[in-house]
Design a protein around this ligand. Structure first.
Ligand SMILES: [Mg+2]
Length: 136
């Protein structure tokens, strides 16, 4: 089935990074159905490797609290290396701590979604809103 042609939006490639396999699968299905090409990484190291190997997602949706390098360190690494300068980066996290939000702001992420209060279809809607506002 040609999923990529089902949506008129031009953002196609989404990289999901989350250590929770259940959430990864759930969001992957959601974005896939909406016409996105989805890659998943269950750890930041896996996500970094994909990007180092040449993968350039249009959107990165990353959890924050993960074993090893956390989601904000992952983004800091991408920023430092200027690895994906045109990629929209959105934090998707359970933690709404002011410290994390401050760190995310410092890294100039494009969005911050608290997943505990957001059902998957709303996550998709919010991501599309953020992407639309970035392109405007
Ligand atoms: Mg986590």
């Amino acid at each position: 089935m040609e999923l990529q042609t089902q949506t008129p939006n031009t953002l196609r490639k989404v990289l999901l990074v989350d250590d929770d396999q259940f959430l990864l699968d759930m969001y992957a299905i959601k974005f896939n159905k909406a016409g996105y090409e989805v890659k998943t990484a269950d750890a930041t190291a896996t996500g970094l490797k994909l990007i180092k190997d040449g993968y350039v997602p249009d959107v990165i949706l990353s959890d924050i609290v993960m074993p090893g390098m956390d989601g904000l360190e992952f983004v800091a690494t991408l920023r430092r290396d200027n690895a994906v300068p045109n990629t929209i980066i959105i934090m998707l996290t359970n933690q709404g701590s002011s410290d994390d939000i401050a760190r995310a702001k410092k890294l100039q992420v494009d969005g911050y979604i608290v997943k505990a209060t957001t059902i998957p279809s709303e996550v998709l809607t919010q991501v599309e809103k953020i992407c639309a506002s970035k392109k405007a």
